[in-house]
Unconditional design. Structure first.
Ligand SMILES: [Zn+2]
Length: 144
């Protein structure tokens, strides 16, 4: 009874579960830019938001449906289940920490699912735009 080995060589298409610079994020960036929403990418904030608007203290994340367990599309991989459960739980905990750290620093946090970018790009852009402009009209505070 050998030969049970290579049965679990279910190769997972890595491009489906990559996180950074994924297509939806690029599409989103392009649309924001086209709507005069000038984000920055580089930042050293907790969780490294995908885009930031430093003048408005607005941080935007595009959350992958797999990594962040989107309620509509997430499916737990059948292989290596324990590994994934642990890894994904860490992501979940980390997301919460990041949100609260950013809020403590006075940042507004917006998170979008990658599928929202695909299915409702203009809705996502509108949301950023709205928050951006509301943030602008807030009374100035001295930063610390
Ligand atoms: Zn999704």
């Amino acid at each position: 009874m050998s030969d049970v080995l290579s049965k679990q060589q279910r190769s997972y298409c890595m491009s489906r579960i990559r996180d950074k610079n994924t297509k939806p994020e690029l599409i989103f960036r392009k649309a924001l830019w086209a709507n005069s929403l000038r984000y920055r990418l580089k930042n050293k904030l907790p969780g490294r938001p995908d885009m930031v608007f430093p003048g408005r203290r607005l941080a935007v994340f595009v959350d992958g449906c797999f990594w962040h367990e989107c309620p509509e599309h997430f499916q737990m991989p059948k292989a290596n289940r324990a590994f994934w459960e642990e890894k994904l739980l860490k992501t979940k905990v980390r997301d919460k920490e990041v949100n609260s750290m950013l809020k403590q620093k006075g940042w507004i946090v917006l998170r979008f699912w990658e599928h929202e970018i695909k299915t409702d790009l203009s809705g996502c852009v509108d949301e950023v735009s709205q928050v951006f402009h509301e943030a602008e009209s807030r009374p100035n505070r001295t930063d610390s």
